[in-house]
Design a protein around this ligand. Structure first.
Ligand SMILES: [Zn+2]
Length: 520
């Protein structure tokens, strides 16, 4: 993938998005049901810091939903739309059917009610009401369209991702479909012997890369034509076995926002300031110092292999080998978060990376499954987890904080400022994702193990890094075969080599991108 070169305008855009988020002082929202009638009781809203929260009990009552709460476990669940949503007090994880989602701030339990951050709550409703969910920010009115049940495809959702758009098609059964075809600015997906609830699909406004969706009955079944805003790089479709959703990923070319100050409408002072900012931006992306983070250490052994190999031991050796390659062969400055078997808190690791002026952060780990052995390697970047698998890995790696004497730093993370901390990293999400993709390619070439792909999740160790940051799960300690590999010098060197080549490739790509900026 090509990397973003116009970081400054992208940053400005993200700030604008935050600024345009709801700031009204509404105290409640109203729910409009499918009959068009307004539910009687308004649903309370409250603010905490910069975040608006919605009363989940009030919402469930207005919906006349089937509710279940467990006072001891402090959980609250109700059925809404296509799934059951389960919320836990002081927790950022929401279970929706079989999927697990992460909120930017935890659910609050107060005055006998559960409160969820409003914006994330609405995003989740769009997922469970694929036949139509609308929120009118002017009048704070929520409209929900329940599934009518017509057709194999009963709903759709468009989600904007870092590198494109994910379209979810909600299906009532397993479907047979052809590989999507890209033709100029359209993508065509054909579903065999399928029908769709056209009304439900047309009620949902296309977003992201998609401008328009057209449905057509053809001999083989149903043809979906997605009209795009711009040509895309690639497109894949797959059906999730459990949810039966067909996911259509549209990977877009990076759209460059216009650079302010280049159109001659700015004052000389403003232009000068912008140029200085651009220069600083370019320095920021010059990879001259790499921070390597060997996972775990000291009293925290990490995962333990089937015959006893400790994760902390393998990660340190790989990190030292990588350091050798980067320093001796590439002449880069390298900082290790630990050089020996000692315990270091998760937030200390990124703090160190920032103060040392790191430009890349690579956290090295070994995977492990509670059930089964597992196989292969995967690379993560920081973004809320979107799958149960990613959530499991994040929960395990985050559990390290149990070893730490003071967890104050992390409690802070669960407050509103999590958003700010995550935003500091969000500037680097695109690059982190790009680096993760390179690592997967190089790992496959160097180790030949199974490529489990790039994924996203909320890792404490990546939060707060002011640089592109990834976490690599090199191989499975719960696999007899892979644990054996992890014990060998040869395999550890292969992993180090893969990461070394990844850093070089990443540098080449970011340098080209920065060159683009100065050439304009
Ligand atoms: Zn680990």
């Amino acid at each position: 993938m090509k990397f973003g070169c116009k970081h400054l305008p992208l940053l400005v855009l993200s700030l604008l998005m935050v600024a345009s988020a709801p700031s009204g002082a509404a105290n409640f929202l109203t729910l409009k049901t499918s009959s068009g009638k307004q539910a009687n009781a308004p649903i309370a809203l409250r603010r905490s810091g910069a975040v608006s929260y919605v009363d989940l009990n009030g919402f469930a009552a207005a919906l006349k939903a089937d509710v279940y709460s467990n006072e001891q476990k402090r959980t609250f669940s109700f059925a809404a739309g296509s799934a059951r949503l389960k919320w836990t007090a002081d927790n950022v994880f929401v279970q929706i059917g079989t999927e697990c989602w992460q909120l930017p701030t935890p659910v609050i339990f107060q005055d006998g009610c559960y409160w969820a951050p409003l914006v994330a709550f609405l995003e989740l409703l769009a997922i469970v009401y694929p036949s139509g969910m609308e929120f009118d920010w002017n009048n704070y009115q929520l409209s929900l369209q329940p599934r009518k049940g017509g057709g194999d495809i009963y709903g759709i959702a468009y989600e904007q991702k870092g590198n494109g758009t994910l379209v979810r098609l909600f299906c009532s059964r397993e479907m047979t479909y052809s590989a999507p075809i890209i033709r100029a600015k359209t993508v065509i997906l054909t579903l065999e012997h399928a029908s769709a609830d056209g009304d439900a699909l047309s009620r949902v406004q296309p977003a992201g890369a998609v401008e328009k969706l057209a449905l057509e009955k053809i001999a083989q079944g149903l043809q979906l034509t997605f009209e795009l805003a711009a040509p895309i790089l690639e497109c894949t479709a797959w059906q999730d076995e459990e949810s039966r959703q067909i996911h259509l990923s549209l990977v877009t070319q990076l759209v460059s926002a216009p650079i302010p100050g280049r159109d001659g409408t700015r004052s000389a002072g403003e232009s000068e300031e912008i140029n200085q900012l651009l220069e600083r931006e370019q320095q920021k992306w010059k990879v001259d110092c790499v921070v390597i983070d060997p996972g775990h250490g000291g009293k925290d052994p990490g995962a333990i292999g089937v015959t006893g190999l400790k994760e902390k031991e393998a990660t340190l050796d790989i990190a030292l080998r990588l350091k050798q390659l980067l320093m001796k062969d590439a002449g880069l400055q390298v900082v290790l978060t630990r050089e020996d078997d000692r315990f270091i808190g998760l937030n200390q690791r990124t703090k160190r990376a920032n103060t040392e002026g790191g430009k890349l952060f690579i956290s090295i780990h070994c995977n492990s499954l509670k059930k089964g052995s597992g196989s292969g390697f995967e690379t993560y970047f920081l973004k809320p987890a979107r799958s149960a698998k990613a959530m499991e890995v994040a929960l395990r790696e985050n559990s390290v904080i149990d070893y730490e004497e003071s967890t104050n730093g992390y409690q802070e993370l669960t407050e509103e400022n999590y958003i700010l901390l995550a935003m500091a990293q969000s500037e680097f999400v695109r690059e982190s994702e790009g680096l993760a993709a390179i690592v997967q390619r190089k790992m496959l070439l160097n180790t030949g193990l199974k490529d489990r792909g790039v994924d996203q999740a909320g890792f404490y160790v990546l939060v707060g890094a002011s640089m592109p940051a990834i976490l690599v799960e090199t191989a499975f300690l719960s696999s007899k075969h892979e644990e054996k590999l992890l014990k060998t010098k040869k395999f550890r060197q292969q992993v180090a080599q893969a990461l070394y080549e990844s850093v070089l490739d990443f540098m080449k790509q970011t340098e080209t991108a920065n060159h683009d900026v100065s050439a304009e």
